[in-house]
Design a protein around this ligand. Structure first.
Ligand code: FRU
Length: 487
């Protein structure tokens, strides 16, 4: 297996969650959970990469290292423009990172801060750490943002009590002293631990007078597709409390949800490899960009390491978020941000009949834009790789997509083999697919239904479209590809 070409992965070693996502001084900074000593989870520190376009990433030296007492777990970063923290050095307003200090011996988790005077390259630990301690073993993943509204202007932290399946909210004027505001949960589903929350406003259908707040909660296990997954809840935030728009049922922490209960919730992604996604600070509110870890705790630690020096873990493509009304419900829409590619193949207004598949050359990396309609009773199959031994097969039938990656999973851990299902509108398919070494990201229905999966590597560049039980009409199919410098 080779490393991804258009997704960020570290040159070596282990990575998981994106941390401290921030746009500052013309660069996007991506920090991430990183083990400096190997390709397994451990010695967690913040690795660092930066980019001017969210596509080409340059890996930089480790930003924040574990210490003798603490691992540095997930968190966020803000630009403290008016030096509320007093941590400015030489008069330059600091970047402040807020993260979980995970005590290595005692299994105790509290929040700490560090500041950077050089635009995020090097960081100094705040000597007064921890800044927030609830005496908990599972209090983690602080996401901090600047709130400005009817109640004033202050910093808000959303974090989790992971085992209680609760999001907890705090406020601060100086990023050092934090005051409890409110909590949310357990609601919706609360089987696995809750992790990596985010909370942000977005206009609905682009109307600045109609702003809703989106609460994101990752959970592991208990995600819709199995193992790690991320739900979102649309609601309001008054500076103290988050209130969902829809009646989200309260549930008991640890209780397993039925498939129907899970399906009734809103999910950031229907695949198995989009976890711990959070959004960038430092951008205007309407410019909301999310990145997630492209893996799943069900098997992340057993995946075969990649590359000349052992490496495990990659990020999803960055995705621009918006809220749109579809079928009477406000939904999160995701637009992937990928490299510029050029068309290498196109089919329009064609019909694929049973027994006469269409074979396309789809190199890696590539993007496929696809609009299909199915004859009554027909289904479509897209096979990725050699026809008889594809890495994965995408089935489309009767308003449902099913991505089956079991067939290519021989060299992967058992828990990897799975079939992911996603409802799509209109019976056909209107989607954009991004293919890289070992992954697919599928954005259907204008980005309101997204499925991200790691895949076995394709043994050939072929993608074949089969019609089963009736004809498949291709309204449009465009393959785009390009030369891309390895990320
Ligand atoms: C999510 C997570 C976080 C934690 C980090 C540790 O994947 O478990 O809750 O901060 O990973 O690496």
């Amino acid at each position: 297996m080779t490393r991804p070409l258009i997704h960020f992965s570290s040159a070596r070693n282990w990575l998981n969650d994106p941390n401290g996502l921030i746009f500052h001084d013309g660069r996007y900074h991506l920090y991430f959970q990183y083990n400096p000593h190997g390709a397994d989870h451990g010695f967690m520190s913040w690795g660092h990469a930066s980019s001017t376009d969210l596509v080409a990433w340059q890996e930089l030296p480790i930003a924040i290292r574990y210490t003798a007492e603490h691992e540095i777990f997930s968190g966020s970063a803000v630009f403290d423009a008016s030096n509320t923290s007093g941590l400015a050095a030489d008069g330059a307003a600091p970047l402040v990172a807020v993260f979980t200090l995970a005590d290595r011996a005692a299994g105790h988790q509290s929040q700490g801060i560090a500041s950077s005077a050089d635009g995020g390259l090097t960081w100094s630990m705040f000597p007064g750490n921890p800044v927030l301690d609830r005496g908990s073993a599972d209090f983690r993943d602080p996401k901090v943002f600047r709130y400005s509204g009817a109640r004033g202007e202050y910093w808000v932290m959303v974090a989790v009590e992971a085992m209680q399946r609760k999001v907890v909210l705090y406020r601060s004027d100086d990023l050092r002293r934090w005051e409890f505001l409110s909590e949310y949960g357990p609601r919706g589903t609360a089987f696995g631990v809750w992790e990596c929350p985010d909370l942000f406003p977005l206009p609905v259908d682009g109307d600045p007078r109609e702003v809703r707040w989106v609460l994101i909660v990752s959970m592991n296990p208990g995600g819709l597709a199995g193992g790690s997954g991320t739900m979102y809840v649309v609601g309001s935030f008054d500076g103290v409390r988050f209130t969902p728009d829809l009646a989200i049922p309260e549930v008991e922490a640890g209780a397993e949800s039925s498939e129907a209960e899970l399906a009734a919730l809103d999910w950031v992604d229907y695949g198995r490899d989009c976890y711990a996604g959070v959004t960038f600070a430092g951008l205007p509110d309407e410019d909301r960009i999310l990145m997630a870890w492209m893996s799943n705790w069900d098997y992340a630690e057993q995946m075969p390491p990649l590359g000349a020096e052992p490496q495990r873990g990659a990020m999803t493509l960055a995705r621009r978020l918006s809220l749109v009304t579809a079928d009477g419900r406000i939904r999160l829409r995701q637009e992937p941000i990928g490299p510029a590619l050029r068309p290498i193949g196109a089919v329009a207004e064609a019909e694929v009949r049973p027994g006469a598949p269409l074979t396309l050359d789809v190199p890696t990396p590539s993007r496929i834009r696809l609009r299909l309609r199915l004859d009554h009773g027909a289904s479509a199959q897209l096979r990725f790789g050699e026809e008889l031994a594809p890495a994965a097969v995408l089935h489309l039938h009767d308003g449902e997509l099913a991505l089956d990656r079991r067939i290519g999973a021989a060299e992967f851990p058992d828990a990897f083999g799975s079939v992911e299902r996603m409802p799509v509108r209109g019976g056909g398919l209107d989607a954009v697919l991004w293919l890289d070494n070992g992954s697919i990201e599928l954005f259907a229905d204008d980005g309101t239904a997204v499925l991200t999966d790691r895949l076995a590597e394709r043994s050939s560049d072929c993608v074949t479209l089969h019609a089963v039980g009736g004809s498949v009409r291709i309204d449009e199919l465009i393959v785009e590809a390009g030369e891309v410098d390895p990320a």
